[in-house]
Design a protein around this ligand. Structure first.
Ligand SMILES: [Zn+2]
Length: 174
């Protein structure tokens, strides 16, 4: 994974871009969706191998999982805004796999599980893979993760968010 901060920030930005009137509920759900796929690290504890469809970066990182999960959440929480909930939550969930596919380590992402068990990376593997434990996070390795996420996630997201808020203010003035 990228770090939970990187994943969360991408989801937050996605929600803001797509839905200018984003509610706190949708923002929180979006951030949760972007972090959730890594629940599959539990598979290691259960002895499921990395490359298994249910292993790390497997089914919970797939397109089908993102569709089913965001559909379920949109149905439960979306009320009269189910469609926008679905779009924001789908993009937030799948953004996790997309970021993972741009990291420097681990195995690729199983985007097409259960139809196809291959693992994929994008051609741009620029984000340092984040350590799973807290202790390792506050190490030299963690520092490199933070720097790479600043460059490739935090700065682009900030530029988008600042542009959005300027555009919004301009709209209010006119
Ligand atoms: Zn992941």
């Amino acid at each position: 994974m990228a770090s939970i901060f990187g994943h969360g920030l991408v989801a937050y930005t996605t929600a803001k871009v797509i839905d200018s009137k984003t509610s706190t509920l949708l923002l929180l759900l979006a951030i949760g969706c972007a972090i959730l796929p890594d629940i599959d690290v539990l598979a290691f504890k259960l002895g499921v191998p990395y490359v298994h469809p249910l292993g790390h970066r497997g089914f919970t990182h797939s397109i089908l999982f993102a569709i089913l999960w965001s559909g379920l959440l949109a149905f439960i929480f979306g009320k009269n805004r189910k469609q926008i909930f679905f779009i924001v939550l789908f993009l937030s969930t799948i953004s996790h796999g997309v970021l993972d596919g741009m990291t420097t380590g681990g195995k690729g992402v199983g985007f097409f599980i259960p139809f196809q068990n291959s693992r994929y990376f994008f051609p741009w593997q620029v984000i340092k893979v984040s350590p799973i434990g807290i202790k390792q996070f506050f190490s030299e390795w963690g520092m490199q993760v933070i720097i790479s996420e600043l460059i490739y996630i935090a700065i682009p997201c900030s530029i988008i968010l600042i542009t959005l808020s300027i555009a919004k203010k301009k709209k209010e003035w006119t």
